[in-house]
Design a protein around this ligand. Structure first.
Ligand code: GCB
Length: 605
């Protein structure tokens, strides 16, 4: 299978990284076709990169624009780099990008949450270079996530697009992650694959390395450096093993990071060096348990979003750092990258911090008639036409490939989520998902467990795909979308359903990946009214009581870490308010309840 090389750009003694982030020119392409790559943008409008464009304006029409828009910047490359291989890398552009350098097409990428890169040497000119990016935020039945797309004509006959999101988060768009120009020598290390095989009995690990290169080397050397900067192992070759004795395991909330220093040698000289951090840990699913390093692991944490004020879905490292500290202070150990792969930077941070990650594809909204009327939908699942209408297969395969290739070495990633709340109950679901699970398992060199996240209509007797998953992951809103305001039966309903899953699939661990109640910070009620902080606490207590009764129950991730922006709708008050924290990260009352619970949950044993 074709490899996608997405090594994170770093500086070493053979590599330079130039940062192209900053304030870029910005212009909406209206009417469609009115801007081309030939000339510099004629505009005074600017946008910060990386960030979503939407909240960087005071103009509603710009914020809500659906269609095409352009970014442009200029840069010059230092003469000393001219004989190097120069690569332009976008951390992500949401959702589709056409990239031009000095008016010539460099590359095109579709999919808003994964990186792409291109060599630029043949396109550079002396002096200033003009980099232009045409972006589309349109979504339809072929894209991930899925959008309901429609087109009309305005009075001049020009097309006007609209996208009704088939999902519950704002369709933020733009250049969301860093833009870097990096150099490598002409002979270079292009990819590193690391697979640790831990022997838990004698405390050693045999770490397998596969190194891909461009150009040619006489030799590849690998040195393993520990956290004290000591060399603890070395090997030679592109496909080789290193034995580490007395290995420091990467443990949840107690990370240990080794660095693999890969050195490419030619004619007796070091030509290229690359450093890949990695952790050594073992992940298994066995007899209804999720094991990390042989110990039963219980997921405590959150579904999250990349979503902050002003930056939108743009990289915001300060928020990432704060969020992980807040999680740790609550006794949480994990989160799911709902509903798309997060930035390289966040994944690297989770490796360092020992935060366990369930990484999800952007396959959200794979269900026609998206909406909150769960009860009505439950009556009609046999007629659900999703799998004859959606055409997302190509995008799904591509993103599984890109996500696993980018994140295959991350110790923090312990499971792949192939989709969130698809119509897994509908006719045709198994035919759609079976090849995708096969692909993920083939592509992942570490053979991590795989799951999908199941919506409320996906029940033990309606689900068509449970045979495909290693772990059963459930999103449930009893007491919110069903029986809102009445929590009296929640514990029994949750317990009854969990017991059904467990008796049908006794070897599969079960986790809750979402459960939550919209809560407006500061609203209080002596009667546990919905939207009050008290209701949120009571809601969580009802679920906890059920969870504690079920043997194979292996984790609880609440929805959501923080309030987040969504499209407009009568169910949403400036966004989704199911956060345990507000959007600016002030805790609601439930933060205290969950911290008390999580800090006191013993290991499963
Ligand atoms: C879900 C979705 C999530 C929504 C959440 C909600 O089931 O997976 O994207 O935000 O429900 O709050 O409705």
């Amino acid at each position: 299978m074709e490899e996608i090389n997405l090594l994170y750009p770093i500086t070493t003694n053979t590599r330079v990284v130039l940062d192209l982030d900053g304030v870029w020119k910005f212009q909406v392409e209206e009417p469609v076709g009115s801007i081309t790559e030939d000339n510099p943008l004629k505009t005074d409008e600017v946008m910060a990169v990386p960030a979503s464009f939407n909240d960087q304006t005071d103009k509603p029409a710009l914020r809500e624009h659906n269609g095409y828009f352009w970014y442009e910047t200029n840069f010059e490359v230092a003469d000393i780099l001219q004989d190097q291989r120069l690569v332009l890398r976008f951390g992500s552009v949401t959702h589709e990008a056409w990239v031009y350098l000095n008016g010539k097409k460099l590359t095109h990428h579709k999919g808003g949450f994964t990186p792409f890169e291109v060599e630029v040497n043949d396109f550079l000119v002396p002096g200033k270079n003009r980099l232009s990016v045409r972006v589309s935020n349109l979504l339809d039945y072929t894209t991930l996530p899925v959008g309901n797309f429609s087109e009309t004509k305005d009075e001049n006959g020009d097309p006007q697009y609209s996208v009704d999101e088939n999902f519950d988060f704002y369709n933020y768009a733009g250049i969301h992650r860093p833009v870097k120009l990096y150099s490598t020598p002409k002979d270079y290390i292009s990819d590193v694959t690391i697979v640790p095989d831990v022997n838990l009995n004698d405390g050693s690990a045999n770490v397998n390395f596969d190194i891909d290169t461009g150009g040619s080397f006489d030799d590849i050397e690998i040195k393993i450096i520990d956290e004290n900067n000591n060399e603890v192992g070395t090997a030679k070759g592109t496909s080789t093993n290193v034995e580490i004795n007395n290995v420091h395991l990467w443990q949840p909330l107690n990370a240990y990071i080794y660095t693999a220093k890969i050195i490419g040698i030619k004619n007796g000289k070091i030509v290229d060096t690359y450093e890949e951090p990695f952790g050594v840990r073992k992940v298994e699913v066995k007899s209804g348990r999720f094991l990390i390093n042989g110990e039963p692991f219980y997921f405590k944490g959150f579904g999250k979003h990349e979503d902050t004020y002003v930056n939108g879905k743009g990289l915001n490292e300060a928020y990432n750092v704060l969020d992980i500290k807040l999680m740790k202070s609550m006794g949480a150990n994990s989160f799911r990258t709902s509903h798309y792969p997060y930035s390289d930077e966040m994944m690297r941070l989770c490796d360092r911090e020992g935060i366990v990650v369930i990484e999800e594809t952007p396959a959200v909204g794979l269900m026609v008639d998206f909406g909150f009327d769960i009860a009505n939908k439950m009556d009609k699942i046999d007629e659900d036409p999703t799998w004859s209408k959606l055409k997302t297969g190509d995008a799904h395969r591509q993103v599984i490939h890109e996500m696993i290739d980018r994140d295959k070495n991350h110790a923090c990633v312990v499971m792949w989520s192939i989709s969130n709340e698809s119509a897994h109950y509908a006719p045709g679901a198994h035919e759609y998902f079976e090849p995708l699970f096969k692909l993920a398992r083939e592509l992942d060199p570490q053979k991590r467990p795989c799951t999908y996240v199941a919506i409320m209509m996906t029940l033990p007797d309606t689900d068509k795909c449970t045979d495909l998953v290693d772990v059963i992951s459930l999103n449930r809103y009893y007491g919110w979308y069903l029986t809102n305001g009445d929590l009296s039966k929640v514990t029994d309903t949750v317990l009854q359903e969990l017991n059904q899953w467990q008796s049908k699939y006794p070897d599969k661990p079960i986790i809750y990946t979402e459960y939550g109640a919209d809560t407006i910070a500061g609203v209080h009620s002596p009667y546990n009214e919905p939207f009050s902080e008290e209701y949120q606490v009571e809601y969580y207590k009802k679920y906890s009581t059920a969870f504690d009764e079920v043997k194979n129950f292996t984790g609880e991730q609440v929805w959501n870490f923080a309030d987040f922006q969504t499209k407009f709708g009568i169910q949403r008050v400036q966004g989704n308010k199911k956060g345990i924290f507000t959007r600016s990260r002030e805790p609601k009352m439930a933060a205290k309840y969950l911290s008390d619970r999580w800090n006191n949950i013993p290991n499963l044993g």
